[in-house]
Design a protein around this ligand. Sequence first.
Ligand SMILES: [Ca+2]
Ligand SMILES: [Ca+2]
Ligand SMILES: [Ca+2]
Ligand SMILES: [Ca+2]
Length: 465
Amino acid sequence: MDSRNEFNCRIFAFIFSTLIMVFGQPAWSATFYIPDPCDPCATIQTAIDNADSYDIIEVAAGIYSGDGYWDLDFHGKAITVISSDPCDPCATVIDCSDPLDGSHRGFYFHSGEEPNAIVEGFTITNGRGVVGGGICCANGSSPTIKNCVISNCVVTGIGGGIYCDDTSNPLISNCRIIANSAGLYGGAVMCWQSSPTIKNTIICGNSAQNGGGLSCLSQSEVYVSNCTIFSNRALGGWGGGIYCAYDGTGLNIINSVLWGNTADEGNQIAIDSTGHTVTCAILYCDVRAGLGDIAIADPCNSSVSWGPGNIDKDPCFAQPGHWDENLLPDPCDDFWVAGNNYLKSQAGRWDPMANGGLGDWVIDLVTSPCIDTGNPGSSLADEPCDVNNVRVNMGAYGGTSHASKTPPGWGKLADLNNDGFVNLLDFAIMAADWLNSQDALPGDVNRNGTIDIADLEIMANQWLH
Ligand SMILES: [Ca+2]
Ligand SMILES: [Ca+2]
Ligand SMILES: [Ca+2]
Ligand SMILES: [Ca+2]
């Protein structure tokens, strides 16, 4: 290539990358609208079939059902399927219920999709089948699923809401996975040799035989941050909230709430490690009954890395949902009555129903112990900017613009182990990582990526408070 051509190539590459940086998509990408005013036969699936990389398919509010609106297949494309109001997933519904009793799910990713294959802002409901009632990710498919509600999906096998199989590592963020069920494993999410990241997500009111909420099996390395895992049930089995089993499986959970889950063994978490190696790290979480609600089948093979910063205190949800036993004691016909899992606060809690349904901040009589007790080194991200807000909250709304607010004097930045005091125990946690540079280390209280004298100075100022 002569120097002039090389120069032109570089200019083109610069313009291309600038366009992607500025607009998040190339300027020549197309947007398809569903319904399409020019083509009454167009469906979400025909739009996907006609789309090229970086195209967007925008779906208007409404309830969609039938061929072309369920079992949606991206064919490996890097496209975005988004509702016209992605902040209100309840307005745009993919209803998989089939009057002919067929089995359908919302999305089927099986062509190696990558994180730039995006589903955003939908409710996916009434899916049926054997695996993955709402969404199935298989064959190394790792899409992004955000701002979605996945509810009332039922499978006879595994993964009532979402199934991840064979090195499929989706990002699941800002979702609500509610009232789904699986006959065997993973009422909400099932992972088999897959490593999803699940963040800012509510997993509640789901059920399965094992792993009422989440099941992680066979070389799955699952990352859970800022999630609320509440009132899921293992019916006659292990792991009400989370079930982990088989060699090489790892569970990493931080800044999350595990509360009110039930099972025969391991109400909140069960590690079924007989003959297998399973690892589990839990830090800055509110776990009901603490280690007492975590069952380990074979402690010689597996371990729980516990803390720092775990607590066992009523999270004070604004309006926790509950199971209705449906007049009969048999749990199989019970149904979930949805609530909301915002944390009560004397300084302000977001109430989506206030102000005539537009949402507004309201004041409570108590403050949740999950407010400002997340990892001191974690970013506050989009939490309300306020001088009293010194740490990220635990639970699904921590790090979001709807995180409950911090009363004056409530947050203790340098209380690294959440025992209410700043003392030698906290210093020991900071000292263990001294001069280490890594994201979100608990002792990095000024959150600049390194633990050094500046962090120690902050701790010294709060010493013995
Ligand atoms: Ca019942
Ligand atoms: Ca906070
Ligand atoms: Ca402390
Ligand atoms: Ca620092």
